[in-house]
Design a protein. Structure first.
Length: 401
């Protein structure tokens, strides 16, 4: 086993999650030095067998690769009594257990919090779900786009009468992953102070609702309706102009500038007599349309230079190719690169938080199915003959590079 010097070095995480939200949360714990053991079926986790954007790999597809670095793989048949016994033995010395089974599945498998906490009262048990552990939506699928639609967020941008606007990433999965990561850390801190483990529950519906704290409060407290306009305004609760605007050679972002100053720069006389706090709402469509027409006159670089010189909030619209070339991205070290034994040189976003004494690191890339089965069981004190029997009977699978 590779020893880590990260801030969570010495903590053992059993990651029984699938798809994106759970594995992403567990990966973040691994990036900070925790020993994350991915518990997956002997045929491999579901995400190994699907590909985002058709991106495949040699032995590991890109979807799985991106969400499972800094983990070891132990492949077990949890539906067999022998496989379940293996997991229960591992739980006795674990610090965190993370799962995102459909509600009720953990109890049927005998790996629910009540069962595992009796084996290990210090265990931090993180349970993730789509809508919560109880209630009328218990059996509904917790899929990202479905939750985006339900959250109200898709009607906070775009044109009135046009289709709702979806995020360009798996936003709900990512936010739920961050909640699970934060919850695990907070519960570990509590345990350090008291010695007590506990159950941490995270659901995707609450996660996507909570990040709209400001928008929803404008609605619930101030009573402002979520009114989309005729022009593709970028946010219903932010004054015009606010959005992505075409230039002669691309697009730029303009974010609620002082109307008089902005009108002088772009040559729009109707803005010169407008009040920012009243006209920017009452004439939102007019402001957007005139801004759109005026910005077509120059290149993106020209407009950005003029607007920045006037201290007006603006910026480029990047694709991924431009993002990777950005000087601030390079300065920050936003992306990490490492060599993977089956997939070659990997470049991917790293851990986004910097620690002065205990920086994150990539000790290993995503494992092949069961790559560390024998290693993990040996470390857990399993007798050699028991390990070989588990392998021979197919209860545990060992993957080879």
């Amino acid at each position: 086993m590779t020893k880590s010097s990260g801030i969570l070095s010495g903590y053992r995480v059993l990651d029984c999650s699938i798809a994106m939200a759970g594995p992403f949360a567990a990966q973040r714990l691994g990036d900070l030095g925790a020993d994350v053991v991915k518990i997956e079926p002997v045929t491999g986790e579901w995400q190994r067998h699907v590909s985002a954007g058709g991106a495949k790999g040699n032995r590991i597809n890109v979807s799985f690769l991106s969400l499972n670095r800094n983990k070891r793989s132990l492949a077990i048949d949890l539906k067999s009594p022998e496989g379940k016994a293996v997991l229960l033995d591992l739980v006795k010395d674990a610090d965190v257990f993370l799962q995102n089974y459909r509600p009720g599945v953990a109890a049927r498998l005998g790996v629910d919090y009540e069962t595992l906490s009796r084996l290990n009262p210090r265990l931090v048990y993180v349970s993730m779900s789509g809508y919560g552990e109880s209630g009328p939506y218990l059996d509904r699928p917790g899929q990202d786009l479905i939750l985006q639609g339900m959250s109200g967020a898709m009607l906070s941008a775009g044109r009135e009468g046009e289709a709702p606007t979806a995020a360009g990433q798996y936003l709900v999965d990512a936010v739920a992953a961050y909640n699970a990561f934060e919850g695990a850390l907070a519960a570990l801190l509590h345990r350090e102070r008291t010695g007590e483990g506990q159950l941490v529950q995270v659901n995707m519906l609450d996660a996507i609702t909570n990040i709209q704290m400001q928008e929803l409060s404008v609605f619930t407290v101030a009573g402002k309706p979520q009114a989309r306009s005729a022009e593709p305004h970028a946010h219903v609760y932010i004054r015009a102009p606010y959005g992505a605007f075409a230039t002669s050679d691309g697009y730029i972002i303009v974010a609620f500038p002082p109307l008089r100053k902005f009108g002088e720069i772009i040559g729009e006389p109707s803005f010169l007599t407008m009040d920012d706090e009243t006209d920017s709402w009452a004439q939102r469509d007019h402001i957007f349309a005139r801004t759109r027409e005026r910005l077509l006159a120059r290149t993106s670089a020209e407009w950005l230079s003029l607007l920045r010189a006037a201290d007006i909030w603006c910026g480029p619209v990047y694709g991924y190719e431009e993002l990777l070339k950005d000087e601030q991205i390079r300065h920050n070290g936003t992306f990490v690169e490492y060599d993977h034994p089956t997939e070659g040189r990997i470049k991917t976003p790293g851990f986004p938080i910097n620690f002065s004494r205990t920086p994150s690191r990539v000790d290993r890339g995503a494992p092949v199915t069961g790559q560390h089965s024998r290693e993990v069981l040996k470390e857990a004190g399993f007798a050699p003959e028991r390990i070989e029997k588990l392998l021979a009977t197919g209860v545990v699978a060992q993957g080879e590079l």
